[in-house]
Design a protein around this ligand. Sequence first.
Ligand code: AMP
Length: 408
Amino acid sequence: MKVLVINCGSSSLKYQVLNMENDSLLVKGLIERIGANGSVITHEKIGLGDKYVLEKPLANHREAIQLMIETLLDPWHGAISAMEDLGAVGHRVVHAGEKYAASVLINDDVMTVLEECVELAPLHNPPNILGIKACKELMPNTPMIAVFDTAFHQTMPAEAYTYALPYEYYEKYKIRRYGFHGTSHKYVAERAADILGVNLLDLKIITCHLGNGASVTAIKRGKCIDTSMGFTPLEGLVMGTRSGDLDPSIVSYIRDKEGIHLHDVIDVLNKKSGVLGISGISSDFRDIEAAVEEGNERAALAIKVFAHKVRFYIGAYIAEMNGVDAIVFTAGLGENSSKLRSVICAELGNLGIKLDLVKNNVRGKESIISRDGSKVAILLIPTNEELMIARDTYRIAKKYIENGIKIS
Ligand code: AMP
């Protein structure tokens, strides 16, 4: 079966088609500037070499998905010869609240839940919903599956997800820790178990998804028991532009001192803080690392603050799980910055965490980077959220067929 994976943002759409007989990627693409001037599709057929780029006005997500379908059907660049070749579509959806702890076949009830969760993820769920609606309209006979960022974290115990606020806020408004990047944390934890040749159910793993957005998750016997992002993706680690944890009193203090609105303060915390805020240079670690080389002290401080927070969570999760067998680094920074990995792991030897500086000199490739004899294995595992979405989509679509409902 061929599966289409869609990740719909407010003005962009990423897609991939995978052949689930062997998990191979056939094509991938990105449509940008949907609803703005200069809409453009960049499409790549794996193995063909060159990329296909086309500028075409796209007023909305429906038009973008129409263009994606035309491109997928193209005899040269495409991946399918007829729409029936697509067995199912997997949609990345950010927020499912407390409703779903696993991926689901999309029906009217699921759509209602996604609409209800718009309040919890106002930037992410609306474009996710638009993408699903447009696909349902253009591919009415193809099963659609929703794969949620929040689902993997639904196994957290109440003591990990409950904020110490008046309990009625949880009951009335569902204010609690949800956690994000769940598909990525789950994928790398499963890969870590495979690479180590140990059953996931026998492992305590700390996964560090360090990208522009960043989070750390404690995974015990295959289940998430805690994660650093919270009610929104603003909590937890220091990130590219996000502050992560801070004293809530700072919010009103900045508002009063700067004479700005509350929502502008939140905007500062989301878009102007993190390593960008500390360094004053960039949210991109490549720029920050380059500035450190030139002796920039604030850039050096930004990296130290970032690493301090990752170590803080690693330590907390070791305590929560009463030990750790493996620590995994993934996402843009976790996969590429050997420097940052070495700063994070420095002087954790007494906890049995010993990085091998030679093995650590690697980028974007599955590797064990701990020293021989390190009690805790340290791994670099490139994340692959799309493959995870495709696998869930395939599994659920197959069940759908087995229940006797014909799909293309
Ligand atoms: P992601 O959000 O997972 O795509 O990660 C993007 C971030 O990864 C960028 O903003 C950089 O901070 C970081 N990154 C990517 N490549 C490198 C690299 N070669 N060295 C250091 N950081 C990198």
